[in-house]
Ligand binder design. Structure first.
Ligand code: ATP
Length: 238
């Protein structure tokens, strides 16, 4: 569903993403860890078609993103760290607007059903987004992904700033989507949540994927050790 093949991004002489190879299948959650500037957001922007690769390719649903960026967006949902919604519109109105852009005109009852499925409390359906917490906004984002019937979901720092309960609820939602066969790529600094939800974990440093794990193969403390060792590792400069 989500593939990168030697995906590389360079600005001038500086390589910010270096030959990244990922293969995220339906029903998998891949958490990409790495310090600030590791190249996580660059990866997501290349998968979204917002950036053009210097070398290599990104594929969504078997289609090369650089050549089919409009088409691939149809299969994709994206939840950035701070989801842009219309503050003066209600949750239902936002969902109606964004699913309309995606070409789906849904009835009020269907919109409410998606918000319910995304875990938003009923009392918030017809309230303005401006009063929502980050956790509630994220749920509207998930409802947008559900309404779009997205096969792939890209998330950039979705749990930063969420309290532990909201973060746990968000993790459960991702589990649910995974169960429905969605392929999920999540860039995060949250080792705990990554260990909780991921099927696979990658650790990046300076634009390169340094380590990859099947999440069940290591404990949280082993993951933390692996992360710290990767960050401490000094590259030999020749
Ligand atoms: P964070 O955890 O802070 O979000 P990240 O892993 O998402 O970090 P990126 O945002 O992908 O990292 O940035 C990777 C590198 O690319 C950084 O060193 C950044 O300064 C650099 N970079 C990003 N955009 C540009 C640009 N337009 N021109 C030059 N360098 C850029």
């Amino acid at each position: 569903m989500i593939i990168t093949d030697n995906l590389t991004k360079q600005y001038g002489d500086i390589v910010v993403l270096d030959q990244l190879n990922l293969n995220i299948k339906a029903g998998e959650i891949y958490c990409l860890l790495g310090a600030n500037g590791a190249g996580k957001t660059t990866t997501i922007n290349l998968l979204l078609g917002f950036l053009k690769p210097t070398k290599g390719c990104a594929f969504i649903n078997g289609l090369n993103v650089a050549e089919n960026s409009k088409k691939t967006k149809r299969f994709l949902a994206y939840i950035p760290e701070n989801l842009m919604l219309y503050p003066s519109l209600t949750a239902v109105e936002n969902l109606d607007y964004f699913s309309g852009i995606g070409g789906r005109n849904l009835k009020k009852v269907q919109l409410e059903e998606f918000l319910h499925e995304a875990g938003l409390q009923k009392s918030a359906f017809h309230q303005r987004i401006s009063n929502f917490s980050k956790g509630m906004r994220q749920k509207v984002g998930i409802a947008i992904a559900l309404a779009k019937n997205a096969k792939s979901l890209l998330l950039d720092e979705p749990t930063s700033g969420l309290d532990p309960k909201a973060s746990n609820e968000f993790g459960q939602l991702l589990e649910k989507l995974r169960g429905q066969g969605v392929a999920i790529l999540m860039a995060t600094h949250d080792l705990f949540r990554a260990k909780e939800v991921a099927t696979h974990i990658g650790i990046m440093k300076n634009g390169r994927l340094r380590q990859e794990f099947v999440a069940n193969d290591l404990s949280l403390s082993e993951l933390e050790r692996a992360y710290l060792d990767t960050m401490d590792y000094k590259e030999l400069v020749s």
